[in-house]
Design a protein around this ligand. Structure first.
Ligand SMILES: [Fe+2]
Ligand SMILES: [Fe+2]
Length: 469
């Protein structure tokens, strides 16, 4: 389980193992001991390999499973299970390392983790790390029973002005989900009206799509997530040529794919730390609960319960619930799965910062073939592009702008509406796909920026109805 792992070049387990080993050695030997130096060099090599391209290394142990850059890194071998257990005992659930990290910082982190065990109490982790001159490593949400290590609190819903149709769909979906959560039956007519609102108005609004596609600085609970997944599914469904009627069925199924979570206690749905076996079983049961709830509702489309049941199944038959090997999920379930993963990555969680779209696209590409349908992932990335509508981005000329139009066939070079440092604007448009006389691009986008305080009023940049889309 090292470099030959097919899904990624960096093994998060090797990094965790290196850090755990280094921590133990710093406790056993005096500083400067050759054993420490050797272990430190090994760990440093591993880390530098990953961060040298400018990519941060994000390892999280969520629900007992190791995630690299937000994606589950499956390995069920006993030795690794023990390692994860050992780190969990230590309190390590999350390790983020940024480019620029130096060896001394890794050593300081290992020393800190050793002292933490011996001397629990003390200053908050950020203070302790800063005191040790560690600036490129953070240990987020770590000690579960220790409230000093607070999870970051994100708002529960989008902040700032929303497209009116999008706002209305969120409100009505919340009401529908509350109805089911309180044990009352879901009404198929309510669902039908909502689907009409989503297809007829939300999907036609550039401002709404921008708010759904760009980084989401809120912890989207089930109803926001559901609306977003239904709109992303619609974009993908249309892209692959589904008929209007099938798109309607898809939007309904996507909207209700997580309805089973209304039967799972909220504290478990939101719990950022490791889940025990019972809690994990309950979370996974939202698929079966959802199908059970939906088959009881007269008047829904026949595939709606199927998608709820299957949306966590992989195309190769893995995932949950266990429906037997060799049973590929229905194509509509496969579409919802792609939208679901993208939506979850680009949204905030108490245990993770939102992933920018360009990185989320790379994550989708990494799990295509195994978990997700490769052709659907390609079509999805083609549709939303690396810098989707509504993204706040920076160019290599130091300009900041909001993506207001994507360029067909050139997903890296959209049209921007420029803003100043305080995100005030618009200050005019630039087309980043423009080239000079020799054919070279005049500018490139360097990165997605997160708007300060989460409030970027997209309605000022993107209209409620798309022009010629
Ligand atoms: Fe789900
Ligand atoms: Fe979901």
């Amino acid at each position: 389980m090292t470099a030959d792992t097919p899904t990624t070049a960096t093994s998060p387990l090797a990094v965790l193992k290196g850090l755990a080993g280094l921590r133990r050695l710093t406790g056993m030997y005096p500083a400067g001991h050759p054993q420490i130096a050797q272990k430190l060099a090994e760990l440093d090599d591993l880390v530098q390999q990953h961060v040298q391209g400018g990519h941060p290394l994000r390892i999280d142990v969520i629900h007992g499973e190791v995630h690299l850059d937000g994606v589950s890194f499956r390995d069920d071998s006993q030795a690794n299970g023990q390692l994860v257990g050992e780190l969990a005992d230590l309190g390590v659930h999350s390790l983020h390392i940024r480019p620029g990290v130096v060896r001394a910082e890794l050593q300081a982190v290992a020393e800190y983790l050793w002292q933490l065990k011996e001397r629990p109490g003390g200053e908050p982790v950020e203070t302790e790390l800063a005191r040790r001159q560690v600036v490129h490593v953070s240990l987020g949400r770590i000690v579960e029973l220790d409230t000093r290590w607070k999870a970051q609190a994100w708002p529960d819903a989008p902040a700032g002005p929303l497209d009116p149709a999008y706002a209305e769909s969120l409100l009505r979906t919340q009401q529908a989900f509350d109805t089911v959560a309180s044990g009352r039956p879901l009404d198929a007519l309510t669902v039908r009206d909502l689907v009409q609102l989503l297809i007829g108005r939300v999907a036609r609004s550039h401002a709404a799509l921008g708010q759904i596609l760009a980084v989401k600085q809120y912890e989207n609970l089930t109803y926001c997530h559901s609306v977003n997944v239904s709109m992303l599914s619609l974009l993908l469904g249309r892209r692959v040529g589904l008929s209007d009627d099938t798109v309607t069925a898809l939007v309904e199924a996507a909207l209700l794919h997580d309805i089973g979570k209304t039967r799972v206690p909220l504290e478990i749905v939101k719990k950022p730390g490791a889940l025990d076996k019972r809690e994990r079983k309950l979370i996974e049961a939202h698929t079966v609960f959802g199908a059970e709830i939906l088959v009881e509702v007269q008047g829904l489309r026949p595939l709606t319960p199927t998608v709820a049941l299957e949306h966590h199944r992989g195309v190769r038959g893995g995932g949950y619930p266990d429906l037997g090997q060799g049973v590929a999920p229905h194509p509509l379930s496969q579409i919802v799965s792609v939208a679901d993963v993208y939506e979850a990555l680009t949204g905030a969680r108490s245990y993770q910062d939102p992933t920018p779209p360009e990185q989320a696209c790379l994550v989708l590409a990494r799990i295509a073939g195994e978990q997700l349908n490769t052709a659907l992932v390609k079509a999805f990335v083609d549709t939303i592009t690396f810098f989707p509508l509504g993204s706040l981005v920076r160019t290599d000329r130091g300009e900041t702008g909001v993506v207001v139009r994507t360029t067909p066939g050139d997903p890296l070079h959209p049209v921007l509406s420029l803003v100043d440092d305080d995100v005030e604007g618009p200050l005019g448009h630039v087309d980043t796909s423009a080239r000079d006389g020799s054919g070279a691009y005049l500018r490139h986008i360097v990165e997605t920026r997160r708007p300060q305080d989460g409030a970027l009023d997209l309605t000022r940049f993107l209209g409620p109805a798309p022009a010629g889309a």
